[in-house]
Design a protein around this ligand. Structure first.
Ligand SMILES: [Zn+2]
Ligand SMILES: [Zn+2]
Length: 249
């Protein structure tokens, strides 16, 4: 799939009905196959997401695994990865996908999301409130940004994660500090086509630290699987080369 001069070969961030997407695993695989992708990942939200956005419990990944295996048989021409979009649930970088399960998944994405069951609950609640009040009134913004940054940086350093989803989306972070951690561990920074979370300037800050990038759709419907145009155009505007993007050939 050619977009903005890049050949996109994979979409590693898609949701199904197991979290808050609309289609099934097979629907997403079928859509990716139709778009000519070589690989697609099923990355439903971890169980700490509030308001039924995430999987109901970790056992959902057993069911998803079975559906991924069935989809592999139906579409042998495309690589299907079993994954998750984990939530950061503590400032020391703990995820709602435990390490034992991370080891069993083909790909682990990690994102900072505002509506999550944090641990410990009270400290987490102060961060949730801080993010809202900080964004709204500018109050304590720097302090909140530092706490968000340490949570996501620790998550990258102490887990087996392949990419950080939508860095900076709704929760301010220090892009340079995150990019350094990503460059160190080989974790990619996502450019998400579904959310306005970054800019040419931030991409250039991150690339100077040696971080690599991932273009993804964050599709919540099968029709959007592989739809990464917005992300590709931004990458092009920032002058990113093929070597700097993990799902481009
Ligand atoms: Zn997300
Ligand atoms: Zn997502």
């Amino acid at each position: 799939m050619q977009i903005a001069g890049y050949t996109i070969v994979a979409d590693y961030h898609t949701h199904t009905r197991h979290s808050h997407g609309r289609g099934s695993v097979v629907d997403n695989v079928e859509a990716a196959h139709r778009r000519g992708l070589h690989a697609v990942a099923i990355t439903d939200h971890g169980p700490a997401s509030l308001f039924h956005i995430g999987v109901p419990s970790l056992s959902a990944f057993d069911v998803i695994r079975q559906e991924v295996n069935a989809a592999r048989k139906m579409y042998p021409g495309i690589e299907v990865l079993l994954g998750a979009e984990a939530n950061v649930i503590s400032e020391d970088g703990q995820l709602d996908i435990p390490l034992e399960l991370q080891e069993k998944l083909d790909i682990v994405l990690v994102g900072l999301h505002p509506w999550v069951r944090w641990r410990p609950a009270l400290k987490g609640a102060s961060l949730v409130v801080g993010n809202f009040v900080g964004a709204w009134a500018g109050w304590g913004r720097r302090h909140v940004r530092e706490r968000n940054t340490s949570a996501i940086v620790n998550a990258v350093l102490y887990n087996r994660v392949h990419a950080v989803t939508h860095p900076g989306y709704r929760l301010p972070i220090d892009t340079r500090a995150l990019a350094r951690a990503c460059a160190l561990t080989g974790c990619a920074m996502e450019i998400n086509a579904g959310h306005d979370h970054t800019s040419v300037e931030y991409l250039q800050v991150a690339r100077r630290e040696g971080a690599r990038f991932l273009l993804s759709s964050d599709a919540h419907t099968p029709g959007r699987v592989g739809e990464v145009s917005k992300a590709a155009l931004l990458a092009r505007a920032a002058g990113l080369t093929r070597r700097e993007i993990v799902n481009v050939r």
